[in-house]
Design a protein around this ligand. Structure first.
Ligand SMILES: Nc1ncnc2c1ncn2[C@@H]1O[C@H](COP(=O)(O)OP(=O)(O)O)[C@@H](O)[C@H]1O
Ligand SMILES: [Mg+2]
Length: 255
């Protein structure tokens, strides 16, 4: 469980996050959605402990991050897996070495144990035979799986994914979304995913936080998003013609 209270984050004079309060439950895929520039990545980097913030608090299973000692902060960071936008694999390392990287950073496991863990993580994302390939030899979808394997290799309690579908075709996107959802449920992880993709909303949006200009404009789920009259949300949702049609059908059926 992650609880965010009145989070404020500025760069110089420009306030990017203007007081966000929400919470993310364990075992759930929580989505942050909103237009480009609304503050999703900045928010996720605050959760990741990469950014300092001027106001508010973030707590991880009840521990308020800013009040922890450096050692305790490091322990929380070790419990976080991150899938960066565009996969962000290390080009000069094999796929297996990429996946082992967090274990080198955060554990004292010996090489054999690291190999074993990396192998399990790669198998979990259905990559059984790619260990010795270089990232450049893998397709976009495969690279995304490697990034997920790297994020889960140290058995995280928290998993953050920034636009995991960017650059993927719609079919591969759904496979990746569902893989993240399955892993979240299986390992009981608290997962937060940044997205601006309505397909993800429909497929895995159990809990959705809608950001607009650094504020939480709406909160709900894929079951309630079609019922809201909140214009900020409807503008976003029905910016695609497909969903305009779905809404029309829904309203006709329920009238
Ligand atoms: N390191 C930074 N320094 C200054 N401004 C930043 C920085 N990172 C992001 N911003 C600004 O914060 C706003 C929100 O950005 P971002 O969180 O990346 O949006 P999103 O991920 O929703 O597209 C943008 O106006 C962006 O220019
Ligand atoms: Mg972003």
């Amino acid at each position: 469980m992650i609880e965010v209270k009145d989070l404020h984050k500025s760069f110089g004079d420009s306030e990017i996050l203007k007081g966000i309060t929400t919470s993310f439950e364990q075992g759930k895929t929580n989505l942050i959605i909103g237009q480009s520039g609304s503050g999703k990545t900045v928010f996720l980097k605050c959760l990741l402990g990469l950014f300092d913030y001027e106001g508010g608090s973030i707590s991880y299973n009840g521990k308020i991050f800013s009040r922890l000692s450096e050692d305790e902060k490091r322990n929380i960071r070790a419990e976080i897996g991150m899938v960066f936008q565009g996969s962000a694999l290390f080009d000069s390392m094999t796929i297996e070495e990429n996946v082992m990287f967090p274990l080198r950073m955060f554990t004292k496991l010996n090489k054999n144990d690291m190999r074993e863990r990396a192998d399990l993580a790669l198998k979990r994302v259905n990559l059984d035979t790619a260990h010795n390939k270089m990232p450049s030899e893998a397709s976009g979808g495969m690279q995304k799986r490697v990034a997920i394997a790297r994020a889960i290799v140290n058995r995280p309690k928290y998993l953050f994914c920034d636009e995991p579908n960017s650059g993927l075709d719609p079919k591969t996107s759904i496979v990746i979304d569902n893989l993240i959802k399955e892993i979240t449920e299986e390992y009981k992880i608290t997962t937060v995913i940044n997205s601006h993709d309505m397909n993800s909303v429909m497929e895995i949006g159990e809990k959705i936080v809608f950001l607009k200009d650094g504020l939480k404009a709406w909160e709900g789920s894929n079951k309630t998003i079609f019922r809201t009259d909140n214009e900020v949300v409807t503008d976003f949702v029905y910016s695609s013609n497909l969903f305009k049609k779905v809404r029309k059908m829904y309203l006709e059926e329920n009238s």
